[in-house]
Design a protein around this ligand. Structure first.
Ligand SMILES: [Zn+2]
Length: 151
């Protein structure tokens, strides 16, 4: 039994609709955010600013992608919330809800997951409509993030 948060947990907490709304509101940019779990095991949403355009403008060589195809969350926000963070979500404007090579790289930069117990939710937004959502969890045997069966 996986202890990572799954699609059902997020739906039951009433957060999925909020994530869908944010995904649509920020279209055609990728949106991003965190799901936190407090001491009472309540899940709450922490929508984050996608800093990708800012980083791209400042350093296009290191950050060749814009917010159309990438997301960046302020590392300080991650650090401040790391102990309560159970999920990192982002959207894919006009792309499927797959976990891209770039997503793998961000989540496991040296082939090891930065946060092995954090699951990753990807929302596909086609023409500003939510088309799909999928959850990805770390697999020790696969050595990468894989589609969570429960989703
Ligand atoms: Zn992605």
């Amino acid at each position: 039994m996986s202890k990572t948060v799954n699609i059902r947990d997020i739906e039951n907490a009433g957060l999925m609709q909020e994530i869908f709304r944010q995904s649509q509101n920020e279209y055609p940019s990728e949106c991003c955010g965190l799901i936190l779990r407090d001491e009472q095991h309540q899940l709450t949403l922490l929508p984050c600013v996608n800093l990708q355009d800012e980083w791209h403008a400042r350093d296009p060589v290191s950050f060749p992608r814009t917010s159309a195809t990438a997301y960046s969350i302020d590392p300080r926000v991650i650090m401040d919330n790391e102990s309560r963070m159970v999920c990192i979500y982002h959207s894919h404007p006009d792309h499927g809800a797959y976990f891209s090579d770039e997503d793998q790289l961000v989540a496991a930069p040296f082939g090891e997951p930065s946060f092995p117990n954090v699951s990753y939710l990807v929302v596909s937004v086609m023409q500003k409509e939510v088309a799909a959502r999928k959850m990805y969890v770390w697999s020790d045997s696969a050595g990468r993030f894989v589609d969570d069966d429960q989703s």
